[in-house]
Design a protein around this ligand. Structure first.
Ligand code: ADP
Ligand code: MG
Ligand code: MG
Length: 868
């Protein structure tokens, strides 16, 4: 197969073979733009080379030499020519852009003779030796691994000696001296001479670029960005043009739009009399591209025109590298520019308005995760560069925050009152910490997974959280965090990046983006193309309002247990649980009924006709009881019962395995009082609203059903209560009763369950837990390890597992709709807001996804993308 392609033989579609840089150089040649001629050696040749003990095969060498001959003919210069020598650049370029990760060599073809020829030909020895010393340095670095600093130190020394401010002050004689010194560095470090044969140089350079595919920073970059390691890099051999040949020459980079803000205006920098990396290397301060209009107006005009042409051709913002040689402009690279989230939204929006792309294309160009960056504060790049990382955990809830460490509610409150920003740090959190969590800037736990209490609650609140940060040893008794290399005490400052799951020492500045008009408009377009709806998991009026503001079309999961933890409710709940007979249950039930009716009234008033799925009580009862001796004693006193009786009752409720224990509909079956009370409250509050002309349609959901009889029995019970209330209130209400599908068995008997359910909602947290047999509160301990070892490709609590859990869901959907063709089915687990999972839910034909309020915008974009 062919491995060497002249630029005019390629095009932009050939990225896989030619790499991004090669393919785009070819495309620019086809467009008739001024591009120095050259050819590309394929990525496949790189992989072959790396696979053959790093040997260039004879055939490849010959193909390269042929390619070189063609280049020489096109360009009219020959390598090693005594009068007018060809110089080339040797440039890496892989399929995915990996800016600055691999290596480039410029001015290849110079040696002790050709440098003189170049000096003669151009009449400019200063320029010739400047090229040569650059070649010596880049070649030494890339091919032989000679430390760049060795060369730079010598330059600095020389400049110091002559008291020069800038490289441009070096004379021809100085540069000859530099070349001499650089050649000595070769001798000192590798005990070899710089190869004088240009052909030898060429092959050595090509091999080095091939090898650079596997250099350390390239590997790290690919790991960080989830890019494959087996693609290889192409090598581009291109005739040199010289930006360092005087004051009408220069080199620069420019974006067709501002990559930080997206503003439609050329954005970039250039340097006169400079070559290659000078612009980014910070040797001299480059000038803004607009300055070019003054110095070289014709060049600027042409650049602007071509930049616009390239943008229209690629239909996206371009990142362009160019060089000017004595007033003539050359294009050396173009690619779709990397940009911030804010710029991505602005550019996508503007391109639609300018008629360049469709709304659908615009939506597909955005990454749902960018919305995290848009809606939550992030640490400034500057701040991050100086920051010291002390632990890695799970990115449980996005955002960035700095504050003083506190280990319990009391301290959090005290510090907040004293005017501090506080970060709650615990081994894990429990419902008792919710208040402290709500006033903290961020939450860090050393244990627990993405669906642990801390993670779920933090996401609900929109508070930044890192969960399961095992690198930190949290000691709540002595109030310290130990990390590798030190100890942090209560009151000391840390910074938390919940978007990436990283904890830092000390303070880091944050910045935030405002929710813009552009953002709103794009989200509106997303809603137009989406077929699945996005609901939110929320239960307080405040959270629900936030969710609706984020564009939720309703509530997919209102968890009633959260309502029981607040002040007087908890007391009544405890009385109820501790009651020994029907009679003793009456009072607390009455109290709870009143409170729950008010609770539901308050949230229905916000959601109105939008639809809200209310899940009946789900967690095991012991979660409502205290555990520490002190608290138990206090409760005994408060409720006026004997300590021994209370202890006995707590012991009775204790379960070895509460996740698999007396919870969900099992509670409803054994303590029907509670479900009766809840349903009464739901329907009464609905009636109250109906009487005021506000129509609500409650969707009542029974959790954790695994047996058809559970559902049949509870449904009958609920309908009984509901009809009684409706008869008393003399109002008609549309209501539906459905079930959660969260046990593998429920999936398998979904056809039966559908007979007694108007809707299904997949509880993917439990379903995943039950399918794998992983306790979701403990999985944090091994899941990250499993991922690192490649045992799990991803965390199934974050991204739905297609092979197992997904298969169960497929069965449930098929069986459910076999019984009821129009069965409404949603998903309300954590993965409901995960873009990859959403693709699958679209395929499954679900009606909606539901996720925490702050993930709603992400899900709105993802459901749109899934529908396109
Ligand atoms: P990177 O991938 O790190 O950007 P490049 O291969 O694009 O590396 O090379 C970096 C710079 O070197 C280019 O932006 C350009 O300024 C310069 N360069 C590369 N090839 C040539 C050439 N043929 N003539 C002049 N300058 C070149
Ligand atoms: Mg480049
Ligand atoms: Mg559940």
């Amino acid at each position: 197969t062919k491995h060497v392609f002249q630029f005019h033989e390629g095009n932009a579609e050939m990225k896989e073979i030619l790499g991004g840089k090669g393919a785009n150089l070819a495309e620019m040649v086809n467009l008739g733009l001024p591009v120095p001629p050259g050819f590309t050696i394929s990525t496949a040749a790189c992989m072959t080379y790396l696979g053959q003990q790093e040997q260039l095969s004879q055939e490849l060498k010959e193909e390269i030499l042929n390619g070189l001959r063609t280049l020489e003919e096109i360009h009219g210069k020959r390598l090693n020519d005594a009068v007018d020598p060809l110089l080339v650049s040797v440039r890496s370029g892989s399929v995915f852009s990996m800016p600055g990760m691999m290596d480039t060599i410029l001015n290849l073809g110079l040696n002790d003779q050709t440098v003189e020829s170049l000096a003669q030909k151009t009449g400019d020895p200063r320029f010739a030796y400047d090229c040569y010393r650059r070649l010596l340095q880049m070649f030494g670095d890339v091919v032989y691994g000679i430390d760049k600093n060795r060369f730079e130190q010598y330059m600095d020394y020389l400049k110091d000696q002559y008291d020069y401010q800038s490289d441009t002050e070096l004379t021809a004689e100085d540069l000859k001296q530099v070349v001499k010194a650089y050649q000595d560095i070769y001798q000192e470090t590798i005990h070899q001479e710089f190869p004088q044969s240009p052909i030898d140089q060429l092959f050595l350079a090509i091999e080095a670029v091939f090898r650079s595919w596997n250099n350390h920073r390239a590997m790290v970059y690919r790991n960080l960005n989830g890019l494959p390691h087996d693609l290889g890099t192409a090598v581009n051999i291109q005739a040199m043009v010289f930006g360092n040949s005087g004051e009408a020459s220069g080199t620069g980079v420019a974006f067709t739009r501002n990559p930080a803000t997206g503003e439609h205006q050329l954005f970039g920098e250039f340097l006169l009399n400079a070559q290659g990396e000078d612009v980014v290397a910070g040797i001299r301060t480059p000038e803004p591209i607009s300055q070019l209009a003054e110095g070289l107006p014709k060049v600027f005009h042409e650049f602007k025109k071509t930049a616009r042409l390239l943008e229209n051709h690629y239909r996206d913002m371009q990142d362009i590298e160019f060089t000017i040689e004595e007033g003539t402009l050359y294009f050396l690279q173009t690619r779709n520019g990397k940009r911030t989230a804010r710029a991505a939204f602005q550019v996508a929006h503007d391109l639609v308005m300018e008629g360049v792309i469709t709304k659908e294309e615009a939506l597909l160009r955005l990454q749902p995760t960018m919305i995290d960056q848009l809606l939550h504060p992030v640490f400034t790049l500057d701040g991050l560069q100086k920051a010291q990382e002390i632990g890695h955990g799970l990115p449980a809830s996005p955002g960035a925050a700095t504050g003083v460490v506190a280990f319990d509610t009391q301290r959090v409150k005290a510090l907040v009152e004293a005017g501090h920003k506080v970060i709650l740090v615990r081994q894990e959190t429990s419902p008792e910490d919710v208040e402290a969590m709500s006033i903290s800037e961020a939450i860090v736990t050393s244990r627990g997974g993405m669906t642990s209490h801390a993670a779920v609650v933090a996401r609900g609140m929109g508070t930044c959280c890192v969960a399961g940060c095992g690198d930190l040893e949290v000691n709540e008794t002595v109030r310290t965090i130990r990390y590798e290399g030190g100890v942090i005490k209560e009151g000391e400052i840390i910074s938390v990046d919940g978007s990436h799951g990283i904890v830092y020492l000390g303070e880091i500045a944050t910045e935030s983006n405002e929710e813009s008009q552009v953002f709103q408009e794009l989200m509106g377009w997303a809603d137009e193309v989406a077929t699945m709806k996005v609901r939110a998991n929320a239960e307080t009026p405040q959270e629900i309002r936030a969710a609706l503001n984020f564009g939720a079309t309703g509530i997919g999961l209102a968890r009633t247990e959260h309502m029981f933890f607040e002040g007087p409710r908890l007391k009544a709940m405890r009385q109820l649980i501790l009651a020994e007979n029907r009679h003793q249950r009456e009072m607390p039930l009455k109290t709870l009924l009143q409170m729950q009716t008010a609770d539901f009234y308050a949230i229905f008033e916000v959601t109105r006709e939008r639809g809200m799925v209310i899940r009946l009580l789900d967690p095991p009862l012991h979660e409502f009881l205290p555990h520490s001796v002190k608290e138990v004693e206090a409760l005994a006193k408060e409720l006026n019962i004997e300590l021994a009786v209370l202890q006995k009752r707590i012991a009775e409720l204790h379960e070895v395995n509460p996740m698999l224990g007396h919870r969900g509909c099992r509670l409803g079956v054994t303590f029907p009082d509670i479900y009766e009370m809840q349903v009464k409250a739901i329907i009464r509050s609905s009636c109250q609203l109906a009487k005021q002309g506000i129509k609500v349609e409650p969707e009542i959901m029974i959790p954790l059903v695994g047996v058809k009889a559970e559902l049949v029995r509870l449904r009958a019970l609920l309908i009984d209560v509901i009809e009684q209330v409706l008869a008393q209130e003399k109002v008609a209400i549309n209501y539906t009763i459905g079930t959660m599908i969260e046990l593998p068995r429920a999936c398998l008997i979904a056809d039966q369950l559908a007979e007694s359910a108007e809707f299904f909602s997949f509880g993917t947290n439990d379903l995943t837990q039950m399918a794998y047999g992983y306790s979701r509160d403990d999985a944090g301990k091994f899941i990250t390890y499993y991922q690192r070892e490649g045992i799990l490709a991803s965390d199934p609590f974050q991204q739905v597992d297609l092979e197992g859990v997904g298969e169960l869901m497929k069965i449930a959907v098929a069986k459910g709709r076999q019984t009821k063709a129009d069965l409404k089915i949603g998903v309300c687990g954590e993965v409901g807001g995960n873009p990859e999972s959403i693709d699958f839910f679209q395929e499954l034909g679900l009606n909606y996804v539901s996720c925490s309020a702050y993930r709603v915008p992400i899900a709105r974009l993802a459901v749109a993308q899934a529908a396109i």
